[in-house]
Design a protein around this ligand. Structure first.
Ligand code: PAF
Length: 269
């Protein structure tokens, strides 16, 4: 695996996994999926300050360069690209807007977050020019917005959605989990438990009731728990064919998000 700050034009198609570093088994699963599509797999590590409205959160974002290198190599990356700010933003690039959906759910608590995500991903796509780009379903709203942006600006790139990787307890892997106390880890597990419970329900109202139990979870500060229609990202109604639950909140002051397809949507596939 090559490790580089600058990226030379590639002479064969590549699959691309953009990351902000602090790699874990979740990222490794994205890299392994990328390898199924192409022999050349580019992994970028760039902590994108544009998507952090909370500068404290940015400062606390874990940095583990040696571990990143080892995990990327183990998973099958062929190029680990670590651009600096000046490599991505020499001064003339376009700032993208995620529009109205960018201000809902995750965007409501994180002003400008998705504008920052789309701006950097567009720039990364312009520089890497991949055939495929892999994004985790864990950030479901991000995935939706990136698919929409790519369809408009990079129709030649196929966006591949990768399933969320979970611990045996159900907790979704996240670079932020390292900031949870032992007790916080137990509290955080209530998120995936609520998703599982909701996914067994047939009606949207029963799914919502399961999610609402999180309001009583001590030490969990719920931000939102909603059922959306995963095709439109509008709130689900009883006639929605593919409902998905999205949850966000704080444990130990750490923001956690998770989501899951409701089994009703799987049954109707
Ligand atoms: O999901 C992430 O890690 C980031 O939002 C991304 C896509 C690498 C853009 O900075």
């Amino acid at each position: 695996m090559k490790v580089a700050q600058s990226l030379k034009a590639l002479d064969r198609p590549c699959a691309f996994v953009p990351t902000m570093g602090a790699l874990h088994a979740g990222h490794q699963s994205l890299i392994k999926i990328a390898r199924e599509y192409c022999d050349e797999v580019v992994v970028s590590v760039f902590v994108n300050s544009l998507q952090f409205e909370d500068k404290d959160d940015l400062a606390k974002y874990p940095k583990t360069p040696e571990i990143d290198e080892r995990l990327a190599q183990e998973a099958g990356a062929t190029i680990l690209w670590r651009p600096e700010v000046g490599d991505l933003y020499p001064g003339t690039e376009m700032k993208l807007s995620a529009g109205e959906l960018g201000r809902r759910f995750e965007g409501a608590s994180r002003a400008g977050h998705f504008d920052g995500v789309l701006t950097v991903v567009n720039r990364l796509f312009e520089l890497v020019r991949p055939k495929y780009a892999i994004f985790g379903e864990k950030d479901f709203q991000q995935l939706f917005l990136i698919k929409r942006m790519a369809a408009q600006l990079h129709p030649e790139i196929e966006i591949i959605a990768a399933p969320t990787i979970r611990e045996a307890s159900g907790l979704a892997l996240s670079s932020r989990n390292v900031r949870l106390s032992q007790e916080g880890v137990l509290t955080a597990q209530s998120i995936s438990k609520a998703l599982r419970a909701a996914s067994t329900k047939e009606s949207i109202s029963d799914m919502k009731l399961e999610l609402a139990r999180l309001e009583n979870e001590p030490k969990f500060k719920l931000d939102y728990a909603v059922i959306i229609d995963e095709e439109s990202f509008e709130l689900a109604t009883e006639s929605t064919v593919r409902p998905r639950a999205l949850i966000a909140g704080w444990v130990d002051g750490v923001r956690l998000i998770d989501n899951a397809a409701m089994s009703r949507s799987l049954v109707k596939l």
